[in-house]
Design a protein around this ligand. Structure first.
Ligand SMILES: C[S@@+](CC[C@H](N)C(=O)[O-])C[C@H]1O[C@@H](n2cnc3c(N)ncnc32)[C@H](O)[C@@H]1O
Length: 363
């Protein structure tokens, strides 16, 4: 099993749990490697040719390619294994967390009760939960990011931290920090003179990416917001146990409490593809409001809208169709630079690569 570095909040597997979790990580590698490539090859070698012979033209859009894939036994098998692996992952990690939940809750409570902490945690039990959060368990994660089944719950945070490590096949690093580190490197290379004094991540979850910013910009005051209280309790205790200073608060990115012009850098990672278009637009307006003049907004996501091959874009739609990530289908079609312009930001740098989209805007 690839190694996730333990911290005070990480749910640790027993020997048998570890064996099952290792199996699921290996399943993920099979799904994302040979089975994914097999689906691609099935299209290239069989489905596209059949379609062209029958129709006298190539498939013209993702809808047509999806229909070919959906009717094909290889893709059907790939899809069933992919979905089953996903459900087994949450089931297995969920059971392991239930076994140790009281201890994890106690650790988080003890952290909050400490007289002196590095960062802070502010929860708002009255925060109206966005409908899309309440109605969809994103990526089939039971309870989504916000559900609380017991007092001072941290279950969703623990599930996300351990589950995403396995889901990501350990490739995002021992602290899940890989995407944040990539982004910090990108920002430093692109804007060598940029020294943000106040940084905000919207939709920070348990802080996988955010802690990379705390390390990368040690002079900055670092904030993270999320709608999920169990995520934030977990995130706060996790950051404290790793010796990082981060201020977490429960807020909706579409209606934040921060004053106008509060931040030099506002960023998000893996958030856009999980939000409906209307909310992305509201969030952009809010981000523009809380950015100071001369500040920057940065986004890293998997919405891979410039992937040149139709088949690759369609295979990427699997998550939207079959992994309970319905909003990514529309989000992937948005013109983010145009959306940014509409709220008064200047698109500065947009990079679409195999790992997704990196976009930087300036105010
Ligand atoms: C995929 S996770 C983000 C991962 C995290 N940014 C990272 O890099 O590790 C998406 C998070 O965004 C949060 N979220 C979704 N909509 C939100 C909103 N309107 N305001 C604040 N947080 C939101 C969810 O609760 C969830 O924790």
């Amino acid at each position: 099993m690839k190694f996730q570095v333990p911290h005070a909040m990480l749910p640790l597997p027993t020997h048998d749990e570890d064996a099952r979790q290792s199996f699921l990580l290996t399943m993920r590698e099979q799904v994302m490697g040979p089975l994914w490539q097999g689906s691609r090859a099935t299209y290239e070698k069989k489905l596209r040719g059949n379609f062209e012979r029958a129709q006298g033209r190539a498939p013209k859009d993702r809808r047509e390619v999806q229909a070919l894939l959906d009717a094909d036994p290889y893709y059907q098998t790939f899809s069933a294994i992919h979905r089953t692996t996903q459900e087994m992952l949450w089931d297995e990690v969920g059971d392991s967390i239930q076994r140790q939940l009281p201890k994890l809750i106690d650790t988080a409570k003890t952290t909050v009760a400490k007289k002196k902490t590095l960062g802070s945690l502010q929860l708002n039990a009255k925060l109206p939960m966005p409908r899309y959060i309440e109605e969809v368990d994103i990526h089939v994660m039971p309870g989504n990011f916000q559900t609380e089944l017991t007092k001072d719950d941290v279950y969703a945070g623990a599930l996300y931290d351990r589950g995403v490590f396995i889901y990501g096949m350990g490739r995002r690093g021992p602290y899940g920090q890989g995407m944040g580190e990539d982004s910090v490197r990108f920002l430093k290379q692109t804007y060598p003179d940029f020294r943000p004094r106040k940084i905000l991540e919207v939709g920070c979850s348990v802080g996988h990416s955010l802690l990379a910013y705390a390390d990368g910009f040690p002079q900055a005051e670092v904030h993270g917001i999320d709608v999920g209280a169990p995520m934030l309790r977990y995130a706060h205790a996790r950051a404290e146990s790793l010796g990082k200073t981060v201020h977490y608060s429960q807020q909706d990115a579409c209606a934040m409490d921060f004053a106008d012009g509060s931040f030099d850098l506002v960023m998000s990672h893996l958030l856009l593809h999980e939000m409906p278009v209307k909310q992305i637009r509201r969030m952009y307006a809010e981000i523009a409001r809380v950015l100071r003049k001369g500040g920057a907004m940065f986004e890293g996501d998997t919405v891979n809208m410039r992937s040149p091959e139709l088949i690759d874009r369609t295979l990427g739609d699997w998550y939207g169709h079959y992994n309970n990530e319905p909003f990514q289908l529309k989000a992937g079609e948005m013109d983010f630079p145009a959306e940014a312009r509409a709220v008064g930001l200047t698109p500065d740098m947009t990079v679409y690569d195999a790992r997704g989209t990196h976009i930087a805007f300036k105010r």
